[in-house]
Design a protein around this ligand. Structure first.
Ligand code: F0G
Length: 357
């Protein structure tokens, strides 16, 4: 055991669902068991007649849902004797891979699009001792490079093309059912490389097969307007969005995301950068949860669909907040109201306080 904590990390908690043997060295930071928060303030302010819940996966050890897949991918890599892992990333995969590789005592090499990842995520890879390569290109190009490289060298790829990543990430669907005590009617997610929507759908289906739940949710995916290949039906060569985590033009799990959408009877839609930032601000200021812009795409999308009359009244909707807002403070700093500056005098501060009371 790693600690005396009651939660043992997603592999040990859901061991029957994973390809683990006695020989697998389990590399864990006790990821998972993240909060599922009912958000009444937001629904009241916006007049949404929904039971809305946020699954805050930004509370994972490296600050994003990637840890769920990484614990399994790194454990299996270690079991198979890997000395190094590699990934392309918009920031969170690289942060998570770096953290779990450090824990496993193996090397991590991460390729990131230069100037296009949030500062916090870059710093995470650096502090965990990864070899960080900034490429003068986008995520899709970086992913093509690492795919080729692993054909030539004994390095394990830990992007979600690695099947263990999606296997681990499906644990979030199990948790939602366990925490909610039922299956949500809808589950909303941001979609980038499309691994997570694939993972949730697999998770829900497996829970049903094992008899843990009786029905399945409709899956709702949201892409940023400037990076919406699945919605447009063709790759986007130069994706652009303020939500850098989902700035992806040719998702690796495209086919399985479409399958999740169609089998579940859900939809994959677009949200604009303005809608994303507005949702991020509302989640933070009405509910006290600070998620990164990409994560807010799930809530922005639900608000958009609600206004179009998409939902049955009183439906139960879960939105995954995939990453922690602390990773990407720059965008908030740019647009949020700046703090006031006052002299260090009681009277000035009193005047200010009186005005706002
Ligand atoms: N939200 C956040 C915060 C992400 O970091 C990502 C993907 C997504 C949503 C989309 O998930 O790719 O499974 O559809 N980030 C990857 C990365 C691409 O490199 O960190 P997806």
């Amino acid at each position: 055991m790693d600690t005396k904590s009651t939660w043992k990390g997603i592999i040990r908690e859901y061991i029957d669902f994973f390809p683990i043997t006695e020989k697998t060295p389990i590399v864990t930071l006790l990821e998972g068991n993240t909060p599922l928060v009912c958000v009444n303030n937001l629904t009241k302010k916006l007049n949404l007649n929904l039971n809305l819940y946020l699954k805050f996966d930004g509370a994972n050890p490296s600050g994003s849902f990637k840890d769920r897949g990484m614990t399994l991918a790194i454990s299996k890599a270690l079991e198979e004797g890997a000395k190094a892992v590699i990934c392309a990333s918009t920031g969170n995969t690289s942060a998570s891979a770096s953290a779990y590789a450090a824990r496993a005592g193996i090397k991590a090499i991460v390729l990131i699009p230069e100037g296009k990842i949030a500062t916090g995520k870059l710093v995470q890879a650096m502090v965990h001792g990864a070899f960080v390569i900034q490429v003068k290109g986008n995520f899709d190009q970086a992913l093509n490079i690492v795919r080729e490289l692993v054909k030539e060298y004994p390095i394990t790829l830990v992007n979600s093309i690695n099947p263990y990543r999606i296997e681990g990430q499906k644990s979030a669907a199990f948790e939602v059912c366990d925490q909610l005590g039922r299956v949500p009617d809808y589950h909303a997610l941001p979609v980038g490389n499309a691994g997570n929507i694939t993972a949730y759908w697999r998770g829900y289906k497996e829970y049903k097969e094992k008899g843990k739940i009786q029905n399945l949710p409709k899956m709702l995916g949201f892409q940023a307007a400037g990076a919406a290949p699945i919605v447009l039906g063709h790759p986007v060569e130069k994706p652009e969005t303020v939500a850098t985590a989902i700035r992806i033009g040719n998702p690796a799990s495209w086919r399985t995301a479409v399958q999740a959408r169609d089998e579940s009877g859900g939809t994959i839609d677009i949200v604009t950068d303005e809608e994303i930032l507005e949702a991020q601000k509302m989640i933070a200021s009405y509910e006290g949860i600070f998620c990164e812009p990409a994560s807010a795409a799930s809530v922005a999308g639900v608000i958009k669909l609600y206004k179009q009359g998409y939902f049955k009244e009183n439906s139960t909707v879960v939105c995954t907040l995939t990453g922690n807002g602390l990773k990407d403070p720059d965008i908030v700093f740019k647009i949020a109201e700046k703090p006031v500056a006052l002299p260090a005098e009681l009277n000035s501060v009193r005047d200010f306080v009186e005005k706002i009371l």
